[in-house]
Design a protein around this ligand. Structure first.
Ligand SMILES: [Zn+2]
Length: 203
C-alpha cells in the first residue's frame, strides 16, 4: 500500500477535453467496432490519455465497466441541449471522483489551476473522471455548450469538445472523419454516385 500523495494538476482544459473526446469516441458507431470492451482496450485508452503511468493499481474488468459508464455520461454531456443539465451532470461526476476538488494557486507557475491531490492508489478510471469532468466544466464556464458537438461525417456518431482557437471543429477525428468527408465531397463534385475504392489523387 502506497501512501504518498501525488497531484493530478490541470493547468488548462485542453488535455482533459481531449481525453473526454478520446473516451467518447471509443464508441463512434462507424466502421470501427466498440473500442472499449476489454482490459486491454482500457489500458490503451489510459496510455493515450497519459494516465496509465501514474496509477499504482492493476486494471480490472470492473474498471472497464466503470469507464464505459463514464463514457455514456460524457456522451450525454457532449450532446446536451440544456446547459444547466450538463453542468449538474458534470458536477455530480466531479464530486463523485473527488469530493474536495478545488481551484488553487500554483506557486510553481504563478497561476490558478485545478490541483487535485489524490492518493497514489487512486484507480485510473477515477483519475480519468477527474481530468475529463473538471475540464468540461471549465469549458462550460467559458463557452456554454457551444464547443460541444456531434461529428458531421456521414454514419459517424462521434463527438468532440472543441478547444481549437477558432472553435469551428466539425469532426470527432479530423484526420479520419475529416478525410472521409473530403473524399465524399470530391466524389460528389465529380459525379460519382457509387462508393468505389478509388481515392482522389490531388487532395
Ligand atoms: Zn466522426
Amino acid at each position: 500500500m502506497v501512501n504518498t500523495n501525488y497531484s493530478v494538476q490541470i493547468l488548462d482544459y485542453r488535455n482533459g477535453a481531449a481525453n473526454a473526446t478520446l473516451l467518447a469516441n471509443t464508441d463512434a458507431g462507424r466502421v470501427a467496432e466498440d473500442r472499449l470492451q476489454s482490459i486491454e482496450d482500457l489500458q490503451t485508452l489510459l496510455d493515450q490519455a497519459g494516465i496509465a503511468a501514474t496509477t499504482a493499481r492493476t486494471i480490472t474488468t470492473s474498471d472497464v465497466t466503470r469507464a464505459r459508464a463514464l463514457r455514456t455520461q460524457l456522451r450525454q454531456v457532449l450532446s446536451a441541449t440544456e446547459l444547466t443539465t450538463a453542468i449538474a451532470q458534470l458536477n455530480a461526476l466531479l464530486v463523485a471522483a473527488h469530493p474536495d476538488a478545488t481551484l488553487n494557486w500554483v506557486s510553481d507557475t504563478h497561476e490558478w489551476g485545478w490541483h487535485l491531490s489524490v492518493p497514489a492508489d487512486t484507480d485510473a478510471v477515477r483519475q480519468l473522471q477527474l481530468v475529463t469532468t473538471s475540464s468540461l466544466l471549465a469549458m462550460t464556464r467559458t463557452f456554454g455548450l457551444a464547443r460541444f458537438g456531434d461529428c458531421t461525417a456521414t454514419d459517424c456518431t462521434g463527438m468532440f469538445a472543441d478547444t481549437s482557437r477558432g472553435g469551428r471543429r466539425r469532426f470527432c477525428d479530423p484526420t479520419r472523419c475529416g478525410n472521409r468527408a473530403h473524399v465524399a465531397a470530391y466524389r460528389a463534385r465529380n459525379g460519382h454516385t457509387h462508393t468505389g475504392s478509388s481515392e482522389p489523387k490531388n487532395h
